[in-house]
Design a protein around this ligand. Structure first.
Ligand SMILES: Nc1ncnc2c1ncn2[C@@H]1O[C@H](COP(=O)(O)OP(=O)(O)O)[C@@H](O)[C@H]1O
Ligand SMILES: [Mg+2]
Length: 250
């Protein structure tokens, strides 16, 4: 079971968009995928029109087994949703013993998936520390603008420090440039700098496209909303790389 956190302490950089589309793309390749929404904004459920309880709050605070929270989105594609109560969970967790590893303990019953993907909130707080201490791999979606680079180096330093303190090994394996517009000089410069700093970790950019804004309004992933669009092709390629496959089509 591959456990991946999609994380960046900046908001609006494409974390949720990447989570949903990567997950659905993997599911379409016959991988069984569970997405867990760890952001109190609950955008995963909202984008897919699934918002019922019990959800991740109940797992963390009310002792509900995570297996009781699976909601099926499509063949092989399941989610555990969140809602704004998760903010309260964070405050409750602060008082727990071993508060950074509560999630890891609570998610232990989950074993029947090929991929578990966590959509993380935009912070470096306790929920994200819990997320990082559950996963083996970290993907960082990063918008291609100037402020993004600084946020990313802070993020990577924080992950290293957490690994050191907790003797854990969550490894940043992919940086996914998002909201890319090649007519925009800043985008080009930022992508170049990302590649200079992080080399092969940097994936091909996901271009800015209105299709990504429209799809959640129809409760669809990019593959169901605009399967032949450039955006769908770009996420297909990411899926391909995650699977380590050379050729692949949906
Ligand atoms: N490649 C893209 N092109 C255009 N809009 C995008 C793209 N990726 C995400 N968006 C839009 O940008 C906004 C923020 O994206 P989201 O995935 O919710 O970011 P985050 O989860 O990091 O806050 C949403 O309205 C989303 O539809
Ligand atoms: Mg989000």
């Amino acid at each position: 079971m591959q456990k991946i956190a999609i994380i960046n302490q900046k908001g609006g950089v494409g974390k949720t968009t990447t989570t949903i589309n990567l997950a659905h793309g993997l599911a379409k390749q016959n991988k069984k995928v569970l997405v867990i929404d760890l952001d109190p904004q609950g955008n995963i459920g909202m984008s897919l029109d699934i918002e019922s309880e019990p959800d991740i709050y109940d797992v963390l605070i009310n002792g509900v087994n995570p297996q009781q929270c699976y909601k099926k989105v499509d063949e092989n594609f399941f989610i555990i949703t969140s809602r704004e109560t998760l903010t309260k969970a964070q405050m409750i967790l602060v008082g727990e013993p071993s508060r950074e590893t509560v999630l890891r303990r609570k998610l232990e019953p989950i074993s029947d998936f090929d991929f578990v993907i966590l959509d993380c909130p935009p912070s470096l707080g306790l929920l994200n520390q819990n997320a990082l201490l559950y996963v083996d791999e970290v993907f960082i979606p990063a918008s291609t603008d100037i402020l993004s680079l600084k946020a990313m180096s802070n993020m990577i330093a924080a992950i290293k420090e957490l690994n050191r303190v907790f003797k854990h090994q969550a490894e940043v394996t992919k940086i996914i440039p998002t909201l890319y517009d090649k007519r925009n000089k800043i985008c080009k410069t930022t992508l170049k700098q990302m590649k200079e700093t992080y080399g092969e970790l940097v994936m091909d950019p996901i271009h800015a496209s209105s299709k990504f804004k429209e799809a959640p309004g129809k409760f669809k992933t990019i593959f169901d909303y605009a399967r032949n669009s450039r955006g769908a092709q770009e996420y297909r390629k990411l899926v391909d790389i995650v699977l380590g496959a050379e050729y692949f089509s949906i």
